[in-house]
Design a protein around this ligand. Structure first.
Ligand code: DX5
Ligand code: ZN
Length: 245
């Protein structure tokens, strides 16, 4: 079954001087989730914001808060992010030695648990934690900064993880350099949740953000439509007595 594509704007690319207005604008613009990039200047070479900022913007929208923790250690801070209003909490597989424990801790807090993999990390690290996961995030840039170029090397990893997930209810998210130009390839590889920062916050205000989100969604959706040859195969099956399910 094809899953509905979710577009999650990263507020790292928002105007922080007007962060509240920016949240309201992307909510109105059709964002499905709000992606919050938390950076500590230690796990990644940049510092962004923490639970206090997330708590402050939480009342401004009902959308899912998708919190991507690029911090190490991570376990001591999970509760603070849960209390701040995170719905999905994603930790990095590379951020500590006890991924299984971190994922258990997130679910014990009543939140959805995600794991993120840096570009150089093989998908095998999630093999034994698949049943503890609600989301896998494949980084398509080296984490730390918005506005970097998409690493096409990660498409094969996305496809392999899609196969590993099989029919588990796990979302497959892609983050870094996603644009309307590569959204089709990302979705065709198997991703169903697309983070985009600079590609969404181009322009100013809800109308332009809406056009940006719609273009990314349309490109991803189009790649999931049956190809012309599949459609004619389906017609043949219909004439043979109905489509094969
Ligand atoms: C990178 C972050 C991404 C990034 C996305 O460390 O995790 O979420 O901000 O921004 P763009 O879409 O500009 O690459
Ligand atoms: Zn992110």
């Amino acid at each position: 079954m094809t899953r509905e594509v979710i577009v999650a704007p990263s507020i790292l690319a928002a105007d922080f001087a007007r962060l509240g207005e920016e949240i309201v604008a992307i909510d109105a613009a059709g964002a499905d989730w709000i992606h919050c990039d938390v950076m500590d200047g230690h796990f990644v070479p940049n510092i962004s914001f923490g639970p206090h900022v997330i708590k402050a913007i939480r009342p401004l929208t009902k959308k899912v808060f998708d919190v991507h923790l690029m911090i190490a250690p991570v376990d001591p801070y999970l509760e603070a992010f849960a209390k701040a209003g995170a719905d999905v909490i994603t930790v990095h597989a590379e951020a500590g030695p006890h991924l299984d424990r971190s994922l258990q801790a997130i679910r014990a807090l009543g939140r959805k648990a995600g794991v993120s993999l840096c570009p150089a990390t093989a998908e095998s690290v999630i093999e034994y934690v698949l049943d503890r996961l609600d989301l896998v995030l494949v980084m398509t840039v080296n984490p730390g900064f918005g506005g970097q170029s998409f690493l096409a090397s990660q498409l094969a990893k996305i496809a392999r993880i899609k196969t590993m997930i099989r029919n588990r209810p796990i979302r497959l998210e892609v983050d870094g350099g996603v644009t309307r130009d590569n959204a089709a390839a990302v979705a065709a590889a198997g991703a169903d949740t697309l983070v985009a920062g600079s590609a969404v916050f181009r322009g100013k205000g809800a109308a332009e953000y809406a056009a940006n989100i719609a273009a990314i969604r349309a490109a991803a959706d189009a790649s999931l439509l049956p190809k012309p040859q599949d459609r004619s195969a389906q017609r043949m099956r219909v004439s043979d007595g109905g489509p094969v399910r």
